[in-house]
Design a protein around this ligand. Structure first.
Ligand code: CLF
Ligand code: SF4
Length: 480
């Protein structure tokens, strides 16, 4: 099976599970893999964040038009000058709405699988309403097939709900880190609301009330709502289970629990005070705990406010201001439709291939993790030495479930293997039983074997390779 030459880069997500229908975008009841009805499926079909499977194939871009913010989070420092960092709020260059629209039209031609324009910073889009809405207006007029997406702290959401609806913005994310203002005081030192700055619990109470109002306004306006939560060990980690219950009862469609990114060099309050982020295992445990309640997003890459490309790749440096202003817009609706039709055909073929995978009833509760090297398209198709991240899948003989990703240092540098990078990789995937790759050299293969990680070379759908390996793993375990 050959994927289309465009639309295939990083990061697959698929689950093989019983089909259970939920009631549209209301709360899901039977785990993180609850399926949605057909109409809703159409709304999220090409959104790489709202649809796990779509993010193999479709890209998003952000434009950084919103510099100001109306609250302070202890994990944020909106500095503009570090292009190598990858965490929310960090961005290199601010754009005017007109420059942003030009950039979108350029990229819509160069990366036709880009289907979603998000405004996510570097401050809060709704603390910069004129710039944000002007940008959306320009895009809606000039590029009607691009979905509009907004990410906000929620403080001003209910005030702007009519404008959001009017502009046909169908996807809105609110970052909600607490539903108990006492906990919020450890995350938010101040909130600026209606020309007044509120400190401590007073400010947090306003934020909480406005976030709840925002959730309700989205539900009433029938706009799909995703909630992002930052997991901060010792502060809100246990509390996020409660947040999950509340947002589910308020009709949120998807919950994205993300790890705190914190280091002294970021200059944030948490970074300077030694607040740590969760380990991948702690994050997964919390996501698993919440997964019985509603759909969980596990493929978030905590994008920059000027991110471009498929999730898991960042092409923002190809489109810096000096570069994209020299480029001509190549937006061509007909051409984009044809390319999307090709991607949809490939997705259909992939789906049929997955349905043919034979699943043996192994009657065992054994679960293992495997690390997958992929350039996207739902396939094991990347050389070990070229991977910059591994997709982590949990396999139990009946299902293959995406559970996260691990960023790694690229092993192959200028044609040679990097010893230090290999050590970093081994540490990152030490809890996996195998790595599934298109190819791997003898040296890394032997090093991995020495610590009990097997290597599987293949070029096939991830589920197929993972299940075949699982059966082989069980046979070996039994015969030992
Ligand atoms: Fe951007 Fe966010 Fe829209 Fe996606 S990102 S505004 S919903 S188009 Fe996606 Fe990036 Fe995670 Fe955000 S991977 S940080 S969840
Ligand atoms: Fe930073 Fe966003 Fe928090 Fe504002 S809401 S302080 S931009 S993380």
């Amino acid at each position: 099976m050959t994927p289309p030459s465009i639309g295939v880069v990083n990061s697959p997500v698929t689950e093989i599970r019983p089909k259970v229908k939920s009631k549209g975008c209301g709360p899901c009841s039977s785990g993180s893999t609850v399926e949605v009805d057909e109409k809703l499926q159409q709304r999220i079909a090409k959104h790489p964040c709202y649809n796990e499977e779509a993010h193999h194939h479709y890209a998003r871009m952000h434009v950084a038009v919103a510099p100001a913010c109306n609250i302070q989070c202890n994990y944020c420092n909106r500095k503009y000058d570090c292009a190598n960092e990858s965490r929310p709020g960090v961005v290199s260059e601010l754009l005017t709405p007109e420059q942003a629209a030009h950039k979108v039209l350029v990229i819509a031609g160069k990366i036709p699988q880009m289907t979603v324009l998000g405004i996510a910073g570097p401050g809060d889009p709704l603390a910069n309403p004129e710039k944000t809405f002007r940008t959306f207006e320009l895009i809606a007029k000039k590029a009607p097939d691009i979905k509009l997406c907004l990410s906000t702290n929620g403080l001003m959401l209910s005030e702007y709900i009519d404008r959001i609806k009017q502009l046909n913005i169908d996807h809105v994310t609110i970052t909600i880190n607490m539903v108990d203002p006492e906990i919020g005081t450890m995350i938010y030192p101040w909130v600026h609301y209606k020309r007044k700055r509120y400190r401590g619990i007073e400010g947090v109470k306003i934020l909480h009330e406005k976030q709840m109002e925002g959730l309700q306004a989205l539900r009433e306006a029938d706009i799909l709502c995703k909630v992002n939560s930052v997991m901060i060990p010792g502060i809100n980690d246990e509390h996020l289970v409660e947040v999950n219950k509340v947002i589910r009862s308020q009709g949120a469609f998807l919950h994205n629990i993300m790890p705190l990114i914190s280091a002294p060099e970021h200059g944030t309050y948490f970074g300077l005070n030694g607040q740590r982020g969760p380990t991948p295992q702690e994050l997964k445990a919390l996501q698993d705990k919440c997964a019985g309640n509603m759909k969980m997003m596990r493929h978030c890459r905590q994008c920059r406010a000027d991110a471009v490309g498929l999730l898991g790749e960042d092409r923002s440096q190809e489109f810096t201001k000096d570069k994209f202003l020299e480029m001509s817009p190549e937006y061509d609706l007909q051409k984009r439709r044809e390319i999307h039709a090709g991607i949809e055909k490939f997705r259909e073929e992939l789906k049929l291939a997955k349905e043919k995978i034979t699943i043996h009833n192994t009657a065992t509760d054994t679960k293992i993790l495997v690390a997958v090297a992929t350039k996207g398209g739902g396939l094991v198709n990347q050389h070990f030495g070229h991977a910059k991240e591994f997709q982590i899948y949990e396999v139990d003989g009946k299902q293959v479930r995406f559970v996260g990703h691990r960023k790694i240092d690229q092993y192959c540098q200028g044609g040679y293997g990097e010893k230090a990078a290999l050590e970093n990789i081994i540490a990152a995937i030490a809890d996996c039983k195998a790595v599934l790759v298109a190819k791997i050299g003898e040296t890394p293969k032997q090093k991995l074997h020495a610590i009990g990680i097997e290597t599987v070379e293949a070029y096939d759908p991830i589920e197929k390779v993972a299940l075949e390996y699982y059966q082989q793993y069980l046979q070996q375990t039994v015969s030992c």
